[in-house]
Design a protein around this ligand. Structure first.
Ligand SMILES: [Zn+2]
Ligand SMILES: [Zn+2]
Length: 267
């Protein structure tokens, strides 16, 4: 188990979507080849506490949105010995349906969110169909209820969540999107969530088509590079290559859970 302020970091895959590359870049893609999305939640395990980044969506939401729901994020966490009931802190990168569902999974947790994301998903921007289509009202209402239950913690810009774990507002893809920087045995890993869906969005400077602010998306790529110890320390939010590049978290977990605090191996 790591000590002090270094942490183990895990990506847990819970869903999948077949898609074309032309759908994953603004302005399309001349090659137009298969380029599927994977859906993840992430776990950050320290010597005395475990933090969860994002809560995924439910099987019912998978049917509604026509995504292949593979396993409950809770079941994925149990595969690496994490009991959702014991989690005290959940970070939400942003409020999109694929990051903020499964409301009853972390019953004892406080939820960490940027001020701007709460304002965005409850305010006038949601009057626009184009902007609200990636949100679910039930997820937003669940977050409002947490506020009134005393289970919400708001952040504005950059803040220290715990020794070795900091939160950073990026915006762009969603107005209050935040990324998480984690100190690990190999340096500072940045869990980018949807600040870059794929390695290719970041590496080629070609944004994913969903964006509240394009300038913030593009500036966000620079923020990711500034925060991470190297480009190999940036973890995109939906890229199946993550499962190829990092070692499985244990026997039988290949393609399901990988260790992001380990050096990348293949892919
Ligand atoms: Zn998103
Ligand atoms: Zn997403």
């Amino acid at each position: 188990m790591p000590d002090d302020d270094t942490h183990q970091v895990f990506a847990i895959k819970y869903a999948h979507l077949e898609r074309r590359s032309s759908e994953n870049f603004i302005g399309g893609d001349a090659h137009d080849v298969p380029m599927p999305l994977d859906y993840f939640v992430w776990a950050i395990r320290g010597s005395s506490r475990t933090y969860i980044l994002d809560t995924g969506f439910s099987p019912e939401m998978g049917i509604k949105r026509q995504r292949e729901h593979i396993r409950s994020p809770g079941d994925g966490l149990k595969m690496i010995g994490i009991n959702p009931d014991a989690i005290e802190d959940v970070i939400l990168s942003h409020m999109h349906y694929d990051h903020s569902g499964n409301h009853d999974l972390f019953r004892n947790a406080r939820y960490h969110l940027q001020d701007r994301e709460m304002q965005y998903c409850t305010g006038r921007c949601m009057c626009h169909e184009h902007l609200r289509q990636t949100f679910e009202a039930d997820d937003v209402v669940a977050m409002v209820r947490r506020v009134f239950e005393g289970r919400a913690a708001f952040h504005d810009g950059a803040s220290v969540l715990a020794p070795g774990i900091t939160l950073h507002h990026v915006g762009g893809h969603s107005s209050g999107l935040q990324v998480v920087r984690v100190k690990t045995r190999r340096g500072f890993v940045v869990l980018a969530s949807d600040a870059t869906h794929f390695y290719a969005n970041l590496e080629q400077g070609r944004p994913f088509p969903v964006a509240a602010s394009m300038i913030e998306v593009l500036e966000g790529y620079r923020v990711l590079r500034d925060l991470a110890s190297s480009p190999q320390h940036i973890i995109p939010g939906h890229d199946p290559l993550v499962l190829d590049r990092y070692p499985a978290a244990g026997p039988g977990l290949e393609g399901v859970v990988v260790r992001l605090d380990a050096d990348p191996t293949g892919g």
